[in-house]
Design a protein around this ligand. Structure first.
Ligand code: NAD
Length: 238
């Protein structure tokens, strides 16, 4: 751990009154949910189709069996629990230091840890909707509706409220608003290769932009502080 950098971050967190945290899949790897592009990530595994193809809107429409097989086996982690990162962010919100969490994750772990103001850009596995009658289902309910979930009310097909490739991001306005108002922006556990999310950093007007990621990202150069560490190890010390 780079102690000098950590000390600077500790000071900034201490002083923050309107912190915003912008996170990606790396926030939940220490809860046992693999990321997409990290060393054990989904994109390093082999499937008959590339993951980007399987989790696209047109694939959901035309190949629902393969879509749901992948979705259940690779994207749902019903037993995952929040880790120190989720818990500390919820605590900072309660203490009035943190304005919002903006997340690319779909696992709901920030809310499970107690965070209230969470902008989910890519939706959530915990909300599901019948495409025909609009009935809503929890993740647990969806799992009881068959291999390709069939609505018990109308026979329509269920769909997770997860933003698929070819679909637009959720909650853009709220997320960008929060980032523009932040006094400290911590960007963590994201490879910053997916746009437009990666461009959010450009909306932050201040000079306390912190990047925490195990590996380098294409945006390290614009950070005021970049730490290449495991998130859990950094957050244990904040
Ligand atoms: P990504 O997989 O592209 O990148 C994750 C980054 O986090 C990698 O650079 C990796 O090195 C880093 N990382 C992993 N574990 C870390 C740790 N413990 N400490 C520090 N850094 C760590 O993730 P992304 O940019 O968020 O990818 C975007 C897509 O992945 C999103 O669309 C998101 O919806 C989806 N996704 C979500 C989940 C989830 O909900 N938990 C899981 C996998 C993928």
């Amino acid at each position: 751990m780079d102690e000098q950098k950590l000390k600077k971050l500790q000071g900034w967190v201490e002083e923050a009154r309107r912190m915003v945290f912008f996170g990606g899949a790396g926030v939940s790897t220490e809860s046992g949910i693999p990321d997409f592009r990290g060393e054990d990530g989904l994109y390093r595994q082999r499937y008959a189709y590339p993951p980007e193809t399987i989790i696209s809107h047109s694939f959901y429409v035309h190949h629902p069996e393969i879509f749901f097989d992948f979705y259940r086996n690779r994207m749902l982690y019903p037993n995952a629990k929040p880790n120190i990162v989720h818990r500390k962010l919820a605590q900072w919100e309660k203490e009035g230091k943190l304005l919002a969490v903006v997340t690319q994750n779909i696992d709901g772990l920030h809310q499970m840890a107690g965070s209230q103001n969470v902008y989910e850009l890519h939706g959530s596995v915990h909300r599901n909707t019948c495409q025909k009658c609009g009935a809503r289902y929890t993740m647990e309910e969806l799992l009881t509706l068959g291999d390709v979930p069939k609505c018990p009310k109308c026979g329509g097909r269920g769909k997770p409220d997860v933003v698929l490739y070819e679909e637009g991001l959720d909650n853009l306005t709220g997320a960008l608003d929060a980032i523009r108002r932040a006094d400290l922006l911590i960007v963590a556990g994201t490879s910053l290769t997916v746009y437009p999310a990666a461009a959010f950093l450009d909306e932050y007007p201040g000079n306390r932009l912190v990047l925490i990621n195990k590996t380098e990202t294409p945006r390290d150069d614009i950070a005021n502080l970049a730490l290449h560490e495991k998130l859990g190890e950094v957050f244990e010390r904040l």
